[in-house]
Structures are given as structure tokens and as C-alpha cells.
Design a protein around this ligand. Structure first.
Ligand code: AMP
Length: 419
């Protein structure tokens, strides 16, 4: 055992998985940038207060935050998610609305590490600030759906709900708390504790002993104002228009205090662990205001990269993209010719590899085969003396000699035709 290993809940993302990660973000960027979202890069740590604005009823804030006092005496926290940072940034820079941004990067939560749940995990996501229109909700949800489709995932189910307007939600929470208190003895010990902090969160309990009480609990839909009902109906109509399947799940309450109106979650039915939510989001009100800005409506989602890739594994889709070389330079004359040629081939835009150390021809050709190059360029003593190189197609095609100054153009041509 080496002395140092990754700490619990963190992982090295090794090749070729890291390539798959980057490709995941590229696909995401392609989807959301086609709808006018622009990338934002936020700091990974902020003043603790930024995240405390997410509300003290959420575990993410109360129990899972990585926070510390820095050498300047500031109370800092590693970001547990990026919505709060986006809103802080919006207030700080007051951009023109609608502000449509996307992000990718790691978040940190001190959680119990298990399959699909890590202490450092990556998310990709979007936020839109400044628009309260159900058609935007549909757009945002459809972008997440398009992204899952682009990865090739087939077993992802969309759950949607509405938490009503601010007043509706408050009346619902009150009614829910009264209901759960009346049935407190039937609830699990954990849910009784949750009830004291956030009655909505009791609905999240997956414990068998809570199931009956939860099943009979009042539904948020009974508390919708006419406007909230209309907004939710418009969202459903829009999703239907785009042929996006969904399940209305009135038990779907997102944890953060700020969530209002439309909420949604994507669940992978291919994952059989407890962690099946691959992404989620919704509308939020008041967050921008609480961070010192004007009252601004917001909506967004975050998709867990680690967990979505587990879903891809489970469905056998979205493998790491091919990393095969275009060309492999074999040099048995000491390597100086390879050094030069490989550099020129790379400048010409090719993926060029070579062997190092004075390896034999046989050993270098073996490495060339492994590199999956389309073509090998071979320089031996004889070629060097004559100022030529042998260009050998790796598929067994006929090889030819070219003057050294024609090799790059020739190889570019061959590779272009082969790809
Ligand atoms: P949340 O920000 O809690 O709504 O989470 C959004 C998505 O991020 C989830 O659906 C998960 O895919 C992912 N996620 C959240 N927490 C973790 C974690 N600790 N480890 C891995 N993925 C996570």
C-alpha cells in the first residue's frame, strides 16, 4: 500500500476516462450553446455566506459544507453547487437579462461516500436569470433531455412537479407539517428529525416505515393558486408539444428553500443503486434578492457527470472517444529524424507518435501497431543516407519511399483519405 491514496469520496479520473469526461462536457456545450447559453467559470470557493443563502433547512448547507477560515480570517466554503455562485455573480456584474449561462466543474459535499455519491463530484448545468415564462421552463428541461439523448441514454425518466408560488408553497408546508405531526409516531426516527427542520424533506424519505404516511400526505396541487396552476399546465403542454415524455410526481420537492413553481428531476432506471437521480433543477425566486440584487426570477438544472457516466456504463453507451494515432514515426538511426518529423507532422495537424530510446525496428513497429496509427513513417540508416523515408500503411497496403521534404504532405493526404 502506498503511503498516500485518494481520500474517501474522491477519485482519480484516469485515461481514457478523463477523455470521456471532456467529451461529455463538449457534448453538453454543443447542446446548450445551440440555444444561446454562454459558459461561465466561477471560483471553486466563495464566502461561506453565499452558500448559506441557500437556506439552513438543507443538508448541503448545514451538514455537508467544506468550510474553513483562511489565513486572512475569511470564512470560506468550497462550493457545494453552482447556482448560488451564478446568482452572486449576477448581482456583482449586473449583466443584461435574460442571462443564459452554462457551467461545468467540480463541487464538494461532505457526504457518506458510496457508488454514485462522492465528496468531490462534477456537474454540468445551466441557469437563466430574468425571465418568468413557462416556455423557458420547457426550453430548459428540453435541453437536459436533448443532452441525455445525445449521450445515447434511453432509460432516463423525467419527473416534474410544481411547488406553486411563494404563498402556495408556504401554505402547503404548513399543512404538510400539521399532517406529519399528527402522524409523527408512525414516522421513522430520521424523518421525525427532518420534520422539525424541513417538513418538505420528509417526502424524500425512502424508508419503508415512512411510505404509508407519505402516500397519504396532502399534495401540493391542492394548494396551487390559479397562476401557479396555469404556469404548470403550460409547462406540461410545451413538453407534450416537443414530444418529451414526463411523469407528474407531486412528491418531487427539491431540497433548497428557494425552489418555486416548476421542479424536475431525471432518474435513470438503468442504475439500481440508491443514487438514481442523474440531474435535476427548477425555478427559484429570492436567491438573487437575498444576495443583494433586485428580485429576479431564475431557473436552472444541474446534471451529475459522475453519476450520468455510471448510467452510460449501465446502458453500454457513450464510450470514451477514439484516441488512435494518425501516424507513427519509426526511427532506427538514433531518433533525431523522428524528433523532427513528429514535430512537423503535429504542426500539420496530425496526431503523431513515436518511440523513445534506441529501440529495435521490431519493437518500434509493435508500438506503432498498438497506437492504431493509419500509417507508419520509417527511417533506417539506408533511408537517412538517401534523404528519404518509407511510408507504410498499417493495414498492409503497399509501402513507398518519399523524399523527406514530401513526407508530411503525403501522410496528411493518406490520413485524410482514411478518416
Ligand atoms: P443536486 O445539486 O443535489 O440537485 O444534484 C444534482 C445532480 O448532481 C444529482 O442528480 C446527481 O447526479 C449529482 N450529485 C449530487 N450530489 C452528488 C454527489 N455527492 N456525488 C455524485 N453526484 C452527485
Amino acid at each position: 500500500m502506498p503511503e498516500f491514496q485518494t481520500t474517501p469520496g474522491t477519485r482519480d479520473i484516469l485515461p481514457p476516462d478523463a477523455r470521456r469526461w471532456r467529451s461529455f462536457v463538449d457534448v453538453f456545450a454543443g447542446v446548450v450553446e445551440s440555444a444561446g447559453y454562454e459558459q461561465i467559470i466561477l471560483p471553486m470557493f466563495e464566502d461561506l455566506g453565499v452558500f448559506q443563502r441557500l437556506g439552513d433547512a438543507t443538508d448541503v448547507v448545514t451538514k455537508e459544507m467544506y468550510d474553513f477560515v483562511d489565513k486572512g480570517g475569511r470564512h470560506i466554503a468550497l462550493r457545494p453547487e453552482q447556482t448560488a455562485g451564478v446568482c452572486r455573480s449576477f448581482v456583482q456584474h449586473h449583466p443584461v437579462v435574460p442571462w443564459k449561462v452554462w457551467y461545468a466543474g467540480p463541487n464538494f459535499r461532505y457526504e457518506k461516500a458510496q457508488q454514485g455519491r462522492y465528496r468531490q463530484f462534477d456537474q454540468v448545468g445551466v441557469e437563466v436569470l430574468g425571465i418568468d415564462d413557462p416556455q423557458l421552463d420547457v426550453e430548459v428541461i428540453s435541453l437536459a433531455q436533448t443532452f441525455f439523448d445525445s449521450l445515447g441514454l434511453r432509460n432516463v425518466t423525467l419527473h416534474i412537479n410544481s411547488l406553486g408560488d411563494t404563498g402556495d408553497r408556504a401554505r402547503y408546508v404548513e399543512a404538510l407539517a400539521a399532517y406529519f405531526r399528527a402522524h409523527e409516531v408512525e414516522l421513522s426516527q430520521e424523518s421525525r428529525v427532518t420534520l422539525g427542520r424541513n417538513p418538505l424533506r420528509v417526502l424524500d424519505s425512502k424508508r419503508a416505515e415512512d411510505a404509508d404516511v407519505i402516500a397519504q400526505a396532502p399534495s401540493i396541487s391542492e394548494f396551487f393558486s390559479p397562476q401557479a396552476a396555469q404556469h404548470f399546465a403550460a409547462v406540461q403542454e410545451g413538453l407534450a408539444l416537443l414530444n418529451i415524455d414526463f411523469v407528474v410526481n407531486d412528491r418531487l420537492v427539491r431540497g433548497l428553500d428557494y425552489y418555486r413553481s416548476t421542479t424536475f428531476e431525471f432518474v435513470s432506471t438503468a442504475l439500481d443503486a440508491a443514487q438514481t437521480a442523474v440531474g435535476g433543477g427548477g425555478r427559484y425566486d429570492g436567491l438573487v434578492e437575498d444576495l443583494g440584487g433586485e428580485s429576479t426570477p431564475g431557473i436552472g438544472f444541474a446534471i451529475g457527470l459522475d453519476r450520468t457516466l455510471l448510467a452510460c456504463d449501465a446502458e453500454g453507451v457513450f464510450a470514451a472517444p477514439d484516441s488512435g494515432a494518425d501516424v507513427f514515426v519509426v526511427d532506427t538511426t538514433g531518433g533525431r529524424a523522428a524528433l523532427r518529423l513528429a514535430a512537423d507532422l503535429r504542426t500539420a495537424g496530425l496526431h503523431a507518435q513515436r518511440a523513445y530510446g534506441a529501440k529495435s525496428m521490431k519493437s518500434q513497429m509493435k508500438t506503432a501497431n498498438k497506437s492504431r496509427a493509419v500509417v507508419a513513417v520509417i527511417i533506417g540508416e539506408d533511408e537517412l543516407a538517401r534523404g528519404v523515408a518509407t511510408v507504410r500503411p498499417m493495414d498492409g497496403g503497399e509501402q513507398s519511399e518519399y523524399p523527406l521534404d514530401q513526407v508530411v504532405a503525403t501522410v496528411v493526404d493518406i490520413v485524410k483519405k482514411a478518416r
